[in-house]
Ligand binder design. Structure first.
Ligand SMILES: *[C@@H]1O[C@H](CO)[C@@H](O)[C@H](O)[C@H]1NC(C)=O
Ligand SMILES: *[C@@H]1O[C@H](CO)[C@@H](O)[C@H](O)[C@H]1NC(C)=O
Ligand SMILES: *[C@@H]1O[C@H](CO)[C@@H](O)[C@H](O)[C@H]1NC(C)=O
Length: 420
C-alpha cells in the first residue's frame, strides 16, 4: 500500500497541471456560450483571438426593479451591461436581449435558478461585447460608437412571462424585467436617443420580435428611428422527424406556466391561440416597426432540439447527422431542405415590406451577429451575393440599400461558418 502511494506521488504535479488546463477550458466554454445565447453545444471558439481586444463590460444590478416585482426566477434583481457611446454615436442605442434557451417545468426551471439564466447571483460580473456589440470600428463600423446595452436573461420565457409559482416559489417576471430595464435606460439618456435598435439572438432574438412594437411604443411621439434585429430567432412551428411538433409542445408548456399570453402581440392573439403567437411566423407580418431577420436556414439549434430531439428520434437514426451535417444521408438532407423551404415560405409576406430586412443564409449555424467570425465583413466571412452580415444589417438600418438576401440551398454557399 505504502509503496503504491509513493509510486503515485511523482505524478501529482502533472495531475494538478491537467486539472488547471481542464478548468480553464471549461471557463472559456462558459464565456463562449454566454456570448452565443441559445445553443446548447459549443464546439468552436472563433471569438477567442479578438475577445481580449474588445474589452470587458461590467454588470449593473437593477436593484430598484425589484420594487416593481421585476426579478429573476430565484427573486434576485435583474441586470444589464452598458458600454457607453461616444462621439457621433452618443445619442444612439443598441439594446440587446440576451438569449439562452427556456425552461418548461418545475424541475428544469428550478435547475436554472442555480445558473446565470435564473439568478443574477450566478451572472458573470464582466462580459465581452463583440460582433454587433463591439466597440471596435474595424469589427463594427456602423454601431461601434453607439451606447450598447445587454439586458441579462434570467426569466426563461424570452422576457414575456408574468407569473409566480406558489408550489416552487419561482418568479416568472420576464415582462416586468423588460419594462423595468427599458424604463431605466430611458431615464439614463435613451429617452433622447435619435436612433435605437433592439436586438438579441436565439431566445433573445425571439424576444426582440415579440417586444419590437412595445419597444417603439416607448418612443411614441418622438423623432426616434426605431428598428429591431432578430438573430436566430425564427423558430418554426414545423414537423419534427417523427411527424410530431416537439417545439410546439415545448412552447405550449412555457406559455402556460409563465402566463405569457397577455404579453404577446395583440395583433396575433386576437385571432390565434397564445402558443401559436409565440412563433415568429404568426407575428412578423403584423408588426409595424421595421424588423431585420438574420437566420441560418439550417439553424443548428432547431435541427438538434426541435426537428430531431431524442424524443422524436428513439432509434437514434438522426444522432450522427444532427451533430455533423456531413453524416446526413440523402433522405435527411431532403428533410432539412424542406425545413429551409418552410423558413423561406414563412417570410414571404414579411419580405414584401420595404422597411423589413432579411438575411437567410444556407449555413448550419445559430447566432451570427455577435461572433466576429460571422459578423465581420472580412474575406471568408458569411456572405450572400458577396455582401456580409454587418454590411447587410447596416445597409438596412440606415436605408442605404434594401436587403432581402435569401441564399441558394445547401451546399451552394462556401462562405459559411458551419457549427455542425
Ligand atoms: C452626449 O450628448 C449629450 C446631449 O445629447 C451631451 O450632454 C453630452 O455631453 C454628450 N457626450 C459626449 C461624450 O459627447
Ligand atoms: C427627425 O430626425 C431626422 C433624422 O434623424 C431629421 O433629419 C429631422 O430633421 C428630424 N425632424 C424633426 C421634426 O426634428
Ligand atoms: C462527420 O461525418 C463525416 C462523414 O460521416 C466523417 O467523415 C467526419 O469524421 C465526421 N466529423 C466529425 C467531427 O465527427
Amino acid at each position: 500500500m505504502k509503496a503504491r502511494i509513493r509510486a503515485v506521488r511523482p505524478w501529482l504535479p502533472l495531475a494538478l497541471l491537467l486539472l488547471v488546463l481542464v478548468l480553464s477550458c471549461v471557463a472559456q466554454a462558459a464565456v463562449n456560450e454566454q456570448a452565443n445565447g441559445g445553443g446548447r453545444r459549443r464546439r468552436r471558439s472563433p471569438r477567442r483571438s479578438t475577445a481580449a481586444a474588445d474589452g470587458m463590460v461590467p454588470i449593473t444590478l437593477l436593484k430598484s426593479a425589484a420594487e416593481k416585482g421585476a426579478v429573476c426566477m430565484d427573486g434576485t434583481p435583474p441586470a444589464y451591461h452598458l458600454d457607453p457611446g461616444s462621439g457621433a454615436g452618443n445619442n444612439s442605442w443598441i439594446v440587446n436581449l440576451e438569449g439562452g434557451g427556456w425552461c418548461n417545468n418545475a424541475r428544469t426551471c428550478k435547475f436554472r435558478t442555480r445558473t446565470r439564466h435564473g439568478s443574477s447571483d450566478y451572472m458573470e460580473r464582466h462580459i465581452t461585447f463583440s460582433g454587433i456589440m463591439s466597440a471596435s470600428p474595424a469589427s463594427n463600423p456602423d454601431f461601434y460608437s453607439w451606447n450598447r446595452v445587454k439586458i441579462r436573461y434570467c426569466d426563461s420565457a424570452s422576457f414575456a412571462g408574468d407569473n409566480f409559482d406558489k408550489g416552487t416559489g419561482l418568479y416568472f417576471r420576464g415582462q416586468r424585467i423588460w419594462d423595468a430595464a427599458i424604463q431605466h435606460l430611458l431615464s439614463i439618456g435613451m429617452a433622447s436617443a435619435d436612433q435605437v435598435l433592439l436586438t438579441g439572438c436565439s431566445a433573445g432574438g425571439l424576444a426582440a420580435i415579440l417586444h419590437c412594437d412595445q419597444f417603439s411604443a416607448f418612443f411614441a411621439g418622438k423623432n426616434t428611428t426605431v428598428k429591431c434585429l432578430a438573430d436566430a430567432g425564427l423558430f418554426l412551428d414545423a414537423l419534427d422527424v417523427s411527424g410530431g411538433r416537439s417545439l410546439r409542445s415545448y412552447y405550449g408548456e412555457i406559455v402556460a406556466m409563465q402566463e405569457v399570453a397577455r404579453n404577446l402581440p395583440p395583433s396575433c392573439t386576437g385571432h390565434l391561440d397564445a402558443t401559436s403567437c409565440f412563433f415568429p411566423q404568426n407575428v412578423i407580418d403584423s408588426i409595424k416597426t421595421p424588423i431585420f431577420l438574420l437566420n441560418a436556414a439550417y439553424d443548428a439549434w432547431q435541427i438538434e432540439e426541435s426537428l430531431a430531439p431524442n424524443r422524436a428520434d428513439p432509434s437514434g437514426a438522426w444522432r450522427a447527422c444532427k451533430y455533423n451535417r456531413s453524416a446526413c444521408d440523402a433522405s435527411q438532407i431532403k428533410f432539412l431542405q424542406s425545413f429551409r423551404d418552410q423558413m423561406v415560405a414563412s417570410v414571404k409576406a414579411f419580405s414584401g415590406s420595404r422597411s423589413n430586412g432579411l438575411f437567410i443564409n444556407s449555413c448550419f449555424a445559430h447566432c451570427q451577429s455577435e461572433l466576429p467570425a460571422t459578423w465581420n465583413d472580412a474575406p471568408g466571412s458569411p456572405a450572400v451575393q458577396n455582401k456580409g452580415i454587418a454590411k447587410s444589417v447596416g445597409d438596412w438600418y440606415f436605408g442605404r440599400a434594401e436587403v432581402k438576401a435569401i441564399d441558394c440551398p445547401y451546399p451552394c454557399d462556401n462562405t459559411c461558418r458551419h457549427i455542425i
